[in-house]
Design a binder for this molecule. Sequence first.
Ligand SMILES: Nc1ncnc2c1ncn2[C@@H]1O[C@H](COP(=O)(O)OP(=O)(O)OP(=O)(O)O)[C@@H](O)[C@H]1O
Ligand SMILES: CC(C)(CO)[C@@H](O)C(=O)NCCC(=O)O
Ligand SMILES: [K+]
Length: 243
Amino acid sequence: MRLLVDAGNTRFKWRLEQEGIVIDEGWSALGTNAPLASIEGYLGAVSRVGVSAVIHEDIRLRLSSYLEQKVSGPVHFYWAEAQRFGLRNSYMDPRTMGADRWHGMYGAWKRYKCGCAVIDAGSAITVDYVNNSGQHLGGYILPGLKMMLKSLKNDAARIAFEEGEVSKAEPGINTAECVNQGLSWLSRAMIERVSKDVSELNLSQTLVTGGDAGRLFALGMKGAHHPSLVLDGLGYIDSEAFG
Ligand SMILES: Nc1ncnc2c1ncn2[C@@H]1O[C@H](COP(=O)(O)OP(=O)(O)OP(=O)(O)O)[C@@H](O)[C@H]1O
Ligand SMILES: CC(C)(CO)[C@@H](O)C(=O)NCCC(=O)O
Ligand SMILES: [K+]
C-alpha cells in the first residue's frame, strides 16, 4: 500500500493506494498530534510514503517522525526540481519553490502535456503558467481568501464584520458588505486577469485546485477542477522513482 501526503499550511491531504488504485482520500487539520488518525488502522500495511510539504520545518519533522513510527516502509519528502519529463522550472534556485507548486504543475503537465495555467487556491493562492513546450513561464503568490479576511480582522482596529461567502461584487454599503463583496470583487479581477493571460500566452488548459477552488468557480472561474492535483503530481513522481 502506498500513502501520499500533501502537507499544506491549513490542512494535510492524503491518499491511500493499493496497486495503483485509490482506496481512500481525505484530509485533516494542521496541528493535530495524530494527523492521520482516521487511517491509522491502515498505516502498518503502508510500504511507502511520499510527501509534498510546504509547512514549517518543526511541523515537517513532527510529521516525519509520526509517519516513521506508524508506517513499516520508507518515507520520502519530494521537493521542487529544475526539470522533469520535459517540464522545466523557471526558478534559478528550484529548491526555493514550494513543493506543492511543482507537484501541481507536474500533475497538470502529465495529465494534459500542453500549455496550462495552474491555480492553487489554498492558504495562499498561487498562479503558475507553463507553456506548450513545458517551460514554466513564472507565477504569482497571493494571500489566500481566509488569510485576507484574517488580516483585515487582526490588523485594522475598526474593521469588525461577520464573514459571509457571497458572489455579489457590487460596492458595499456597510462594513460586512464592503469586506465580503470586496473579496469577491478582488477575486473576480484575478479571474479576469488569469483568463487574459491564458489567452495572450496561448495556454490550452486552466486547472484549479485548493480548498477555495469552488469559491473561484462560483465567482466565474473557467477551467477544470482537480481537487487533488498536488497528490496527482506527487504520485507520478514517486512512481517514477520507485516503480
Ligand atoms: N473544511 C475546511 N477547512 C479549512 N479550510 C477550508 C475548508 N474548506 C475550504 N477551506 C478553504 O480552503 C483554504 C485552504 O485550502 P487548502 O486546504 O487547499 O490549503 P493548504 O493546501 O493547506 O494550504 P497551502 O498549500 O496554500 O499552504 C482556506 O483558506 C479556506 O478558505
Ligand atoms: C506559496 C505557498 C505557501 C503555497 O502553498 C507554497 O508554495 C510556498 O511556501 N512556497 C515557497 C515560496 C515559493 O514558492 O517561491
Ligand atoms: K496547496
